[in-house]
Design a protein around this ligand. Structure first.
Ligand SMILES: Nc1ncnc2c1ncn2[C@@H]1O[C@H](COP(=O)(O)OP(=O)(O)OP(=O)(O)O)[C@@H](O)[C@H]1O
Ligand SMILES: [Mg+2]
Length: 275
């Protein structure tokens, strides 16, 4: 679904006196398979959002290449196909709301793709049902809670039938219930609907749900592997300014104290079993 080869990206800031470059991504290569759920972790400023914008064709590589389903993001003729194939959900749902009702909001994406009724109606209804917002179709997005707004944004990309969805900290502004709801939807999209998911997050418990974790540090890939592989490297994660799920860390400390765990747990259920 996604192939990145030797990607470099620099922001250019010009003022009257000088030009400054920020090298946000450096020599990054990676592949993400169709149907995979990949979490991207990294300290503030490590380049996660830059990567998300590059994948969605909002900005373009300074050097190197990105292919989305075989289409190079530098190919201007393909830009709308790329954005349709690989759509994006942002951290702040307020920044992506454009319409006056929930159903218009969800219809916005597919309408832009020239989808017409009755197909449009069908897609919108299905997407709204999937995120559990059917009681709110006529409501204004401004009346919704943060978690509800984020569910509406996700319905918008579901209605576009994107095969790949990039989430840039979609739960960062939500309360625990909103976060749990959004994570359940993301899991359904990946497991039941076979969508490729790239999930950028600061929550280790969310990353633990992914098939694979990629850790960025100062624009480079620092660690990569299954959640268990990455979170077993507790000291390395700390050196990168990151943590691991709480239960993983407790078990890690108990193991240092002599408890014999043959694996480190990723969630409370696994931890209870080990104990
Ligand atoms: N528009 C911009 N102009 C100049 N520099 C930028 C711009 N956007 C980001 N940067 C810089 O690029 C680097 C990577 O930023 P990016 O937003 O991709 O990080 P991030 O991993 O998403 O961080 P966070 O966890 O805080 O969201 C940082 O050094 C940042 O200051
Ligand atoms: Mg960011």
């Amino acid at each position: 679904m996604i192939k990145i080869e030797n990607l470099n990206f620099s922001y250019k800031n010009e003022s009257d006196e000088n030009i400054e470059y920020t090298h946000a991504l450096k020599s990054l290569s990676l592949e993400i398979n169709d149907g995979e759920f990949v979490a991207i972790l990294g300290h503030n400023g490590s380049g996660k959002s830059t990567l998300a914008k590059l994948l969605n064709g909002q900005i373009f590589p300074t050097s190197g290449d990105i292919w989305i389903a075989g289409m190079n993001t530098k190919d201007e003729d393909k830009i709308w196909d790329i954005r349709e194939k690989c759509s994006m959900v942002f951290q702040n749902p307020d920044n992506q709301m454009v319409a006056t009702t929930v159903e218009q909001e969800v219809a916005f994406g597919p309408e832009n793709l020239q989808v017409e009724n009755p197909k449009l109606r069908e897609r919108v209804d299905e997407a709204i049902k999937l995120v559990g917002m059917e009681d709110y179709v006529k409501k204004s997005p401004s009346e919704l809670s943060g978690g509800q707004k984020q569910r509406v944004s996700i319905a918008g990309v579901i209605a576009m039938l994107s095969d790949c969805i990039i989430f840039d900290e979609p739960t960062a502004m939500l309360d625990p219930q909103g976060r749990a709801d959004v994570m359940n939807i993301i899991k359904t999209l990946n497991k039941d609907m076979n969508k490729t998911v790239v999930h950028i997050t600061h929550y280790m418990e969310e990353a633990a749900m992914a098939d694979r974790i990629i850790v960025l540090n100062e624009g480079r890939k620092a660690l990569e592997g299954s959640a268990r592989e990455v979170f077993s490297k507790v000291d390395e994660m700390k050196a990168l300014g990151l943590t691991v799920p709480q239960v993983t860390e407790i078990a890690f400390k108990l193991r240092k104290d002599g408890y014999r765990f043959d694996k480190l747990p990723l969630n409370i259920e696994e931890f209870l079993e080990l104990i």
